[in-house]
Write a protein that binds this ligand. Structure first.
Ligand code: 2M8
Length: 425
């Protein structure tokens, strides 16, 4: 692998997708600002241009709502066609929404982790003083609005991994009679077999309709038609709370809420362990989620939750197992987002099987946190080989490494920059 060429290529992708104010996930398919995309982008920018990374954080926070929520999508004005877009959300009709149109839901809170990466690369106290109160308010919002027994719930699959099979049953329960599939700009750009179906989109829209009717703030997660205790989001939150507590300490501010929240979320994640399955269990508040056979079942590893014995089981029985999520002779590219042994595994379809660079990045960092350095190094090398071979695309077919989804995808480029930092020269 040519490290210099990979760096150059990744920087070129970020430059091409840069609007000056924010970096689009990709040129045409995703022309606005998505929340965790921008955080992943800032993590990569820490390696090459921290000042540009700080711009990314500031522009995302322009979308923050008065109650603290940082939305999953900020529609900074762009001369583009994108559907379903700002009209679906009508955020301006809602109390506490900002001037710029946004969605009414959120996304995994990677932002504090990104700000920590920027701080470690290039400390800027003024920047921390500016943005940490906003991130503190967002995290507090999660625990106030979305709390479920020490963890938090997502109210829409767009708050986590869209069409992941683990949401199928909860979505199938929704009443979508009379709800039409929206006009979809994704369809003109990516093959339908690689994207969610129209039926799934009708369900996504039905959920937005229900949430819009209450200003996106149901009294509690139980009152929302879809409420799911998502392990990726909670694991990301645990890490982010630790990072926030650390950063607040750096400026002499009070990090006690964040520190306590990190400990509480980690303790609650521990409780989701299923000894028989050797994995963690998700929770569907209106039904039974259990073990889902998706990579979500393993995600507490990202937050360093498992002890040595559990981490080993996660790796041996799932993450590294050839018939599950690991590399196999006939499917050398890992981590699959759905277990290959699952009936739902679909190697070309979006979050239903392909390899994603942000997922791999989370597991590299999680393996490191759990002290599994050799496994972390192997996964990092495999991930870098994949992008070197197939480019910085949205997702990858695990048997061939074929590039799928959007081309020139920002977080695949930015997280490559971060993974390259860990490589010994
Ligand atoms: C995908 O989500 C959008 C809707 O928000 C879509 O399906 O078109 C997901 O992969 C999401 O996680 C990601 O943030 C977004 C932009 O990359 O695309």
């Amino acid at each position: 692998m040519d490290r210099a060429a990979l760096t150059e290529g990744a920087v070129a992708v970020l430059r091409a997708n840069d609007t000056g104010r924010f970096i689009k996930p990709s040129q045409r398919l995703y022309p606005f600002q998505w929340n965790w995309d921008s955080a992943f982008v800032a993590i990569g920018l820490a390696a090459v241009d921290p000042e540009r990374g700080r711009v990314e954080v500031r522009s995302l926070l322009e979308g923050q709502w008065a109650d603290g929520m940082v939305p999953h999508l900020v529609f900074h004005p762009q001369p583009v066609e994108y559907s379903p877009g700002a009209d679906l959300w009508e955020s301006r009709e809602c109390d506490g929404a900002p001037g710029v149109p946004t969605s009414g839901i959120t996304q995994p809170p990677v932002l504090a982790t990104a700000v920590r990466a920027l701080h470690e690369a290039d400390p800027d106290r003024g920047f921390l003083e500016e943005v940490l109160p906003a991130i503190e308010a967002w995290h507090a919002w999660f625990h106030r609005e979305r709390a479920v027994d020490g963890l938090v719930a997502v109210l829409h699959p767009w708050e986590s991994a869209d069409n992941a099979p683990r949401f199928d049953r909860a979505l199938a329960r929704l009443d979508i009679e009379g709800v039409e599939a929206p006009r979809r700009s994704d369809r003109s750009q990516v093959d339908a077999s690689e994207r969610p179906t129209d039926l799934e989109y009708r369900r996504y829209v039905a959920l937005v309709d229900a949430l819009r009717a209450c200003g996106y703030r149901p009294g509690s997660p139980m009152d929302a038609p879809f409420a799911y205790v998502d392990l990726p989001l909670n694991s990301i939150l645990a890490v982010a709370e630790d990072d926030l507590a650390f950063l607040l300490g750096e400026i002499g501010a009070d990090g006690s809420r964040a520190g306590a929240a990190a400990a509480r979320v980690r303790a609650a994640l521990q409780e989701t362990w299923d000894e028989a399955a050797g994995a963690y269990r998700e929770r569907d508040l209106h039904g039974d989620a259990g073990i889902t056979d998706t990579v979500a079942d393993l995600f507490p590893l990202y937050a360093g939750v498992p002890d040595e014995r559990r981490a080993r089981r996660l790796v041996d029985e799932h993450l590294g197992a050839p018939d599950r999520f690991g590399a196999a002779p006939d499917a050398p590219w890992a981590i699959t987002t759905v277990a290959k042994s699952s009936g739902a595994f679909a190697p070309r379809n979006y979050w239903r099987g392909p390899v994603w660079i942000n997922v791999n990045w989370c597991f590299v960092r999680g393996l490191e946190r759990c002290g599994l350095d050799a496994e972390a190094d192997a996964l990092r090398d495999l991930t870098l080989d994949l992008v070197a071979r197939s480019g910085f695309v949205e997702y990858y077919e695990p048997t061939t490494g074929e590039p799928l989804g959007s081309r020139e995808f920002s977080w695949s480029a930015s997280l490559t920059l971060d993974l390259l930092r860990g490589l010994r020269p």
